[in-house]
Design a protein around this ligand. Structure first.
Ligand code: SAM
Length: 467
């Protein structure tokens, strides 16, 4: 069966969860059959039978917030062969040579799959290696220093033998290879070096505990597009806004992949409208509310800017879709079962420059956040359609005088209001790994943290379904 390599974002658990939700939907039905902290290997049930499956892959790439690239697998080399051809310690070189020849023979076949034409072509390629884990000593010492040069030179030689006029490869900075600190080329490099053209390619080498998957990149995310919208919109607040990537992932957790234009999605803490803007880009019918009129004005200004930038048709009645509402009055404004989904990051409390003391943290939790989350679920229950979902950020606060973080018992609040938690990752769908770092310690994972280094208030992502 044809397999695809999906390159995961930096929060690989979140990317994996988002991908799995997409693969449960009818248009993209499939399964993750293997993964590492950098890649997921996917088999589709039907997609590949479609004549225009590359177009579908592009749609999938566009829908996914947490996937950097998608490559089609041309070959798989098992871990035993890899370890025998590139051992940590070189003892019997003749045996190593024999094993490496097996890989070379495999490359001869793979290259005909990767390049539609080789003879008389000027070929340029970039080898991108995605290790099981970046901290892996085997990656730093063996893969980068021996496998990468072997592939660069080996592929170049084979291409020449197959009649290419020129065969050049992308040279990574030697100092990064020497220090064991090498990132494969970024998605924008794939665009810059035109690696989606027939005579040019990014060759992805994805390593998992099972072996190496080798394939060619077919689609890439356009990070500059999202960055531009996030950074150039007229109104933004760096401190309180979530990233475009997270906004898109949360929208996908609603599990709506068909008829998006008819689906009404609300962000009741819309702020400057990050979720609303990316919801519109991802084809949803977006609604937003906020206690602050200024924030609603900001969101409307941002949306009008977006429409102008992307030349989208104007949203009729924009003033009715984005309104000043206190969350406690939500169901007074919107009728029962009006929305198909809610995606939101509520007010997570003040922006802390330093960790708060336990007493301050617990007061914030009990006096402000706990009641706020109670209200959110009570009101959301009324305005959501049956069996529709809410994807919500919950705060996890780092405390100065306590080693335990403070968090809200959001699952309990949700259950009390007749919402059931939806697992983001289930052991049944995704095979577990033997490396502890790659394991999911529970058979069902109901939340995933999204945080940057040193962040005091971390975001925990949950999904609940109205019962
Ligand atoms: C963390 S910000 C949301 C930021 C937003 N995700 C963005 O990207 O701009 C929280 C928002 O909740 C709003 N807010 C606070 N209390 C509220 C309430 N009781 N009802 C509705 N909105 C409220 C604030 O005005 C603020 O805009």
């Amino acid at each position: 069966m044809v397999q695809f390599i999906f390159i995961l974002g930096s929060n690989w658990k979140l990317s994996l969860a988002e991908l799995d939700i997409c693969l449960r939907s009818t248009p993209f039905k499939g399964k993750i059959i293997d993964y590492s902290s950098n890649i997921a290997i996917v088999e589709f049930s039907n997609l590949i039978n479609d004549k225009f499956y590359v177009d579908k892959l592009e749609t999938l790439q566009y829908y996914l917030g947490g996937i950097q690239k998608i490559a089609k697998v041309s070959s798989f080399i098992n871990y035993q062969t890899l370890k025998k051809s590139f051992p940590i310690k070189t003892i019997k070189f003749n045996e190593i040579k024999k094993e490496r020849q097996k890989i070379k023979d495999e490359l001869v076949t793979i290259l005909d799959d990767i390049f539609p034409n080789i003879k008389n072509e000027n070929i340029f390629f970039a080898n991108s290696i995605y290790p099981n884990l970046y901290d892996d000593i085997y990656y730093k010492e063996v893969v980068l220093k021996h496998l990468l040069p072997f592939l660069n030179k080996g592929i170049r030689t084979i291409l020449k033998e197959k009649g290419a006029i020129k065969a050049l490869y992308y040279k990574y900075p030697q100092k990064n290879i020497d220090s064991g600190n090498l990132n494969p080329i970024f998605p924008h490099h794939v665009i810059k070096y035109q690696l989606l053209k027939p005579n040019r390619a990014e060759i992805v080498i994805g390593i998992t505990e099972e072996g190496i998957y080798i394939g060619r990149t077919y689609t890439v995310d356009d990070p500059n597009f999202k960055k531009k919208i996030d950074e150039e919109r007229p109104k933004r607040e760096f401190k309180s806004a979530i990233s475009p990537k997270l906004a898109i992932i949360m929208l996908n957790f609603l599990n709506i992949f068909e008829g998006r234009k008819e689906k009404k999605i609300l962000d009741p803490f819309v702020g400057n409208g990050t979720i609303a803007l990316f919801g519109l880009i991802e084809d949803f019918q977006m609604f937003g509310s906020d206690i602050s009129k200024k924030k609603i004005d900001n969101t409307i200004e941002n949306i009008k800017w977006l429409q102008n930038e992307l030349e989208l048709p104007p949203i009729p009645n924009i003033g009715h879709k984005f309104k000043t509402i206190d969350i406690k009055n939500l169901s007074k404004i919107y009728k029962e079962g009006f929305f198909d989904g809610i995606v939101t990051e509520p007010d997570l409390g003040p922006f802390f420059n330093e960790k708060p003391y336990y007493s301050d943290g617990i007061e914030l939790m009990e006096v402000k956040l706990q009641p706020l989350y109670e209200t959110i679920f009570k009101e959301s229950y009324k305005v959501l359609k049956p069996e529709s979902r809410i994807c919500i950020v919950s705060p996890v606060i780092n405390i100065l005088d306590d080693s335990h973080d403070l968090r809200i018992d959001i699952e309990n609040i949700a259950r009390k209001n007749q919402f059931k938690p939806i697992p983001l990752i289930t052991a049944k769908r995704i095979v577990n790994k033997s490396n502890k770092i790659l394991q999911f310690n529970k058979s069902k994972l109901f939340s995933i943290i999204d945080t940057k280094k040193g962040q005091i208030v971390k975001r925990k992502i949950y999904v609940f379904e109205k019962e």
